[in-house]
Ligand binder design. Structure first.
Ligand code: ZN
Length: 536
């Protein structure tokens, strides 16, 4: 996520895509069971099938051959598709990096005006915690306070039996007590039936969950299992700013039925588009992904480009076609730079979607959103490029390497900011990068120090007010990375980030993991810099 900020940016490079004149961006404002005994809900996918073909027992899916295959995607039949389908072929084995993967099979049926959806969801929860569990939690982010949106849970079954689930944390957490403990490394099938009420022109939380004239955005509004770490289940209610998802990489099989005039853009890879009279159903496979984003539109059009075997799709309003093409090019160049600097992008596809969000943009696995007002306003070209690249960087730091975005937001945000600076350095040269650093980091940090006094960059989101969060995490935080690079040199700095990326691919990293990577690569101790910039 990136807040919209007021910055004066002077890009000194003629080759830069920014306008020659400086631009000013205005401030915007149970029972544990052995799986094969369970009756399937929807397509049957067993934990033992991960990485193999999805079973062909779903008659509907088999009967309907896709009549339109998306551009740039190979023609496939559902029976031939396994969870590795979302990954570039050379990374298919990355599925094995996630042990005890939770498997989501989700069916959504949107009503005609997209104001509600009915969901059925089968979750094979794999106890990855290393200890017996007496309860399992789901987060219900659609019930976020002060939003007109909501999710109503109609039924919950655990291990095939009705479960007495209870709402907690202002209805944003669903506790499912288990009849007997679920031992470590065992799986439990949980099924949920629900209705999601989709709010019109919702402004809460960066307008990320909303229904507008031209797009309906459905971020992590389905019940999602939160992370469980040494602090237990993460069900804390977050402030209305900052990111809220902290979850393990999982596998997703998502089928969405909507009126035929709409197009569905989602995390993961489209497997099948199946017209059925006045409606169309769309099936996506996403893995390994730590959450799953869905957008439904009757207005966005696509332009695409390739980076090797990665397809990048830019979805924009036709009136903003030039901006959509620009953003596509920035994303393509950012992927090339980040692959060189950090490591390979794992998925076959990345979608870039124009949305009404009031943030600059928001990241999801395999999909980023960028604010429509940035597409519309040529005066914000610099920030538009910055925001697009920042969200792209999150594919490395958040989507691939996960972290506790609620309690350690700097770990992905400050690094995404520094990665964005690297993009400007590699693409336009050091002088442009110096201007970016000055305007996006140094000036904002200095202003914040005047207003708040100096604060650490490493606090939880809830420890800051919204402006301080933006300044200390996003402007001071990246200065830590510059300080480390200055001390240990480019070779060790980039080697450390590459090692960190490889070692924590599809896992959760904590701050000591990153510090350790710098120390090992350099043979030095960067802890004093960590204490200065992140803790101090
Ligand atoms: Zn961000």
């Amino acid at each position: 996520m990136l807040r919209q900020i007021a910055v004066l940016v002077l890009l000194a490079c003629a080759a830069c895509a920014a306008p020659a004149a400086p631009s000013i961006t205005p401030s915007a404002t149970p029972t544990s069971v052995v799986l094969p005994t369970m009756a399937p809900v929807g397509p049957t996918i067993l934990a033992s099938d991960l990485g193999k073909a999805i079973p062909t027992s779903n008659a509907t899916a088999q009967a309907a051959a896709p009549t339109r295959v998306p551009t740039n995607a190979p023609a496939v039949t559902p029976a031939a598709v396994g969870f590795e389908f979302a990954l570039r072929p050379q990374f298919a084995r990355d599925l094995n990096l996630v042990t005890n993967k939770t498997v989501y099979t989700i069916h959504w049926e949107l009503n005609d005006d997209l104001s509600t959806l009915r969901g059925t969801q089968r979750v094979i929860f794999a106890n990855h915690t290393g200890a017996p569990l007496n309860e399992i939690y789901f987060r219900l982010f659609a019930n976020y306070p002060n939003s007109d949106g909501s999710i109503e849970i109609h039924s919950v079954r655990a291990g095939g039996n009705p479960a007495r689930a209870a709402l907690e944390q202002d209805n944003t957490a669903l506790k499912i007590p288990l009849a007997r403990p679920l031992t470590a490394n065992r799986t439990l099938v949980i099924t949920l039936d629900y209705t999601i009420n989709i709010p019109r022109d919702n402004k809460v939380r960066y307008a990320d969950f909303t229904r507008s004239e031209w797009i309906t955005t459905l971020p992590t509004v389905y019940p999602i299992v939160p992370a469980f770490d040494d602090k237990g289940w993460h069900i804390e209610l977050t402030p209305p700013y900052g990111d809220l998802v902290y979850a393990n990489s999982s596998v997703y099989d998502v089928t969405i039925s909507a009126p035929a005039q709409y197009t569905v853009i989602a995390s993961g890879q489209l497997v099948q588009e199946n017209p059925q009279g006045a409606r169309t159903s769309w099936r996506f496979i996403g893995a390994p992904m730590r959450d799953f984003d869905v957008n439904i539109t009757n207005a966005l059009t696509r332009t695409s480009a390739q980076v090797d075997d990665i397809t990048v799709n830019s979805w924009s309003l036709s009136a903003h076609g030039d901006s959509g093409k620009r953003a596509l090019q920035w994303t393509v160049e950012a992927i090339k730079i980040f692959e060189k600097r950090f490591g390979a992008y794992p998925f076959k596809e990345l979608d870039l979607v124009e949305t009404p969000t009031s943030a600059g943009g928001i990241e999801y696995p395999g999909l980023i959103t960028v604010a429509s007002n940035l597409y519309a306003d040529p005066g914000q070209l610099n920030f538009f490029e910055f925001a697009t690249v920042h969200e792209t960087a999150h594919q490395w730091f958040y989507s691939t390497i996960g972290n506790d975005q609620v309690n350690h937001p700097w770990l992905d945000e400050a690094l995404a900011q520094y990665a964005t600076l690297l993009y400007f350095e590699d693409r336009y040269g050091k002088e442009v990068a110096r201007n970016i650093q000055q305007n996006f980091f140094d000036n904002l940090y200095e202003e914040a120090k005047q207003r708040y006094g100096d604060q650490p960059a490493g606090k939880p989101v809830s420890a800051y007010d919204e402006d301080a969060y933006g300044a200390f995490v996003y402007a001071k935080g990246p200065k830590f990375f510059q300080a480390v690079r200055d001390q240990i040199g480019d070779d060790a700095f980039f080697k450390a980030l590459q090692t960190y990326y490889t070692d924590f691919k599809f896992r959760i990293a904590f701050p000591p993991d990153l510090i350790n990577a710098f120390n090992v690569a350099s043979g030095q101790d960067v802890t004093p810099l960590y204490k200065q910039w992140i803790e101090g």
